[in-house]
Write a protein that binds this ligand. Structure first.
Ligand SMILES: [Fe+2]
Length: 407
C-alpha cells in the first residue's frame, strides 16, 4: 500500500504503528543529543490527584496515563508529641553523655519529619522542611548563613537563644524567631535545661530551584576566631522597633539579609501572640478558621516571607470550623488545647505540641473538643502560591455548596 493511501485511512493526529516506529527509531539516535521526538500525548509527569469538579479530593489517583515511575504526593500526616517527644529526650541524653558535642558529629540534634507520600525525602511538602531540635545546656551552633528562609517556634518554657545578625533573641514558649535568607544566625543554650523548638525551612523549594546553599565561614571580628556572633542589640530589639504595629521607625534600615521583602521583625513573642488572639475572642471570626491572624512584614504588610506564610488562630471551646481547602500546603503546630482535625477521610486527634501537615486542596476542618481555648500556629506555602498566581481557596457550606473564598 502506498504511504499516501495508508495515511488517509488514519485519524488526524494519530500516527500509525509504522510511523510511530519510525519516530521511535529516530529517538534511539536522538537520545545522545538530549531531545525527544514526540510519539504520544505529552501528559504531565505527575498524575492528577484531584480535580476541581469531580472526585472526593481525597488524594486518590483519578487518571491513568504516562507518568513518572516515582510519582510523589504529600499526604496528610500527624506527628503526636507522645510519639516524637521521647526521641528528643533520648537525643538530649545521648548528647549529654557524648565526649564531644553531638552536633559536631550530626550538624544538628534534631528529628526531621518525613511525609510518607514523599518517598523518604526530608520534607513535609514539596516546598517545606520541618526539623524539631533539642539544644542541651552549653550547646552552641556556629554562625552560618543560607539561601533558605527559616524560623523556629519554641516549644519549651524557657532557655536557648538565637542570634540573628546581632539581635539576640532569648527563647520562651510560643515565640517565633525568623531568620530571613542571607542573615547570619547562630543558636545556643546557656540555661540549665534543654530547649526544644520546631525549625521550618523552604529548603525543598530552593533545592528544586537549584538555589540552595549554606555558608559556615562566618567572618569573625579581626583577631577573633569566634564562631558565634556578638550581641549587637539587646533582647526585644525587633519588638521595640516594630511591635506596636501601624508605626515604623524612620532611623533604621528595614533590610534584613540579602533577599527582598523579608521581615525585619525577627522575634515575635508568644505572650503577645496569645494576647492578640484573646483580644479578638469576642468577634465572630472566620467560619473556616476561627479567630485567625496572619503574621506580616511590618514594613510591607505582606507575608513574612515571599515563600512562607505564618499564622496563629484561636478556636474557642466547642468551636468547629467549616470545611475548607486551599491550593497551598499547611503545617500546623498545636500550641494549646485539644481537639481534632478532619482531612478528607482521616481524623487527627491532637493535643499540645502535636503537629500535622494538611496537603494542598484536601477538604479539612478543625474542632476544639476541649473546655479551654485551642491555639494553632500555621506555616504554609500560600505566600508562594499567591506570588505565582496560583492561590485559591474554597469553602464547603453545611448543605454541601462549595463557595469560592477570597484570596
Ligand atoms: Fe540556619
Amino acid at each position: 500500500m502506498a504511504a499516501s493511501a495508508k495515511a488517509a485511512t488514519h485519524k488526524p493526529g494519530v500516527a500509525s504503528t509504522d510511523t510511530r516506529a519510525l519516530l521511535e527509531e529516530l529517538n534511539g539516535e536522538a537520545a545522545k543529543f538530549n531531545f525527544w521526538l514526540r510519539t504520544e500525548l505529552n501528559t504531565p509527569s505527575q498524575r492528577a490527584w484531584f480535580t476541581d469538579t469531580a472526585g472526593t479530593g481525597g488524594g486518590n489517583l483519578l487518571k491513568a496515563g504516562r507518568v513518572s515511575a516515582n510519582q510523589l504526593k504529600a499526604l496528610p500526616c500527624h506527628w503526636a508529641w507522645k510519639d516524637y517527644g521521647p526521641y528528643l529526650e533520648k537525643i538530649a541524653k545521648i548528647a549529654a553523655d557524648a565526649t564531644v558535642p553531638l552536633y559536631e558529629l550530626t550538624d544538628r540534634q534534631s528529628i526531621l519529619l518525613t511525609n510518607p507520600g514523599l518517598g523518604g525525602r526530608l520534607q513535609i511538602t514539596s516546598t517545606m522542611r520541618t526539623a524539631i531540635s533539642v539544644y542541651i545546656p552549653t550547646d552552641k551552633a556556629p554562625a552560618h548563613i543560607h539561601s533558605a528562609n527559616a524560623s523556629r517556634t519554641i516549644l519549651t518554657d524557657t532557655g536557648g537563644y538565637t542570634n540573628v545578625e546581632g539581635e539576640r533573641c532569648e527563647c520562651r514558649r510560643g515565640d517565633i524567631i525568623w531568620t530571613p535568607n542571607g542573615t547570619w544566625h547562630d543558636h545556643g543554650n546557656e540555661s540549665e535545661t534543654p530547649v526544644m523548638w520546631i525549625d521550618m525551612l523552604d529548603w525543598p523549594l530552593l533545592e528544586y530551584l537549584d538555589a540552595a546553599w549554606v555558608d559556615m565561614d562566618y567572618p569573625a571580628a579581626s583577631g577573633s576566631n569566634d564562631t558565634v556572633q556578638a550581641a549587637a542589640h539587646s533582647d526585644g530589639y525587633s519588638t521595640r522597633l516594630y511591635g506596636k504595629g501601624g508605626m515604623k521607625p524612620r532611623f533604621v534600615s528595614h533590610q534584613r539579609g540579602w533577599g527582598h521583602s523579608m521581615t525585619p521583625m525577627i522575634h515575635f513573642r508568644g505572650e503577645d501572640i496569645r494576647a492578640s488572639l484573646d483580644a479578638l475572642r469576642g468577634e465572630a471570626g472566620d467560619p473556616y478558621e476561627g479567630i485567625a491572624m496572619q503574621f506580616v512584614n511590618p514594613v510591607t504588610g505582606t507575608s513574612i516571607y515571599p515563600t512562607m506564610d505564618y499564622g496563629a488562630q484561636l478556636l474557642r471551646p466547642g468551636e468547629a470550623t467549616k470545611q475548607k481547602r486551599e491550593t497551598s500546603n499547611t503545617f500546623v503546630i498545636v500550641m494549646d488545647g485539644e481537639g481534632y482535625t478532619e482531612v478528607v477521610d482521616k481524623r487527627f486527634t491532637w493535643k499540645k505540641n502535636d503537629v500535622m501537615v494538611l496537603p494542598n486542596f484536601l477538604w479539612r476542618r478543625h474542632v476544639n473538643t476541649g473546655k479551654a481555648d485551642a491555639v494553632l500556629y500555621t506555616v504554609s506555602d500560600a505566600a508562594l502560591m499567591r506570588s505565582i498566581g496560583q492561590y485559591r481557596a474554597q469553602g464547603r457550606q453545611d448543605d454541601g455548596t462549595v463557595v469560592q473564598l477570597g484570596v
